[in-house]
Design a protein around this ligand. Sequence first.
Ligand code: SF4
Length: 95
Amino acid sequence: MPSSTWLSGFLDVKFNGALCATGDYDPELWTCTRDDTPLNRFKSYRRAAQAICHQCPAIRTCAVYALKHPELSGVWGGMLDEQRSELRRRISPVR
Ligand code: SF4
């Protein structure tokens, strides 16, 4: 199940102050996929997760961690997968 995998991986990281790990929010907000969620709900969940991330004291640590781990999916550090991919591409050294 994506959410439990994500959450167990996330809890291993243990970002101090992580709002998504408080138990106050449904992990699906961060982990739902287009394959398992109707499009409207998928979009609203992702927007909600990003809004929570932007209030999270761990956002910088989380974003840096997620940028270093391209295998991660879902919302991390307030960014969607495609946003992290784009940022990784922009900050990678030109070869
Ligand atoms: S920035 Fe978002 S995904 Fe990262 S720890 Fe905070 S709430 Fe969780």
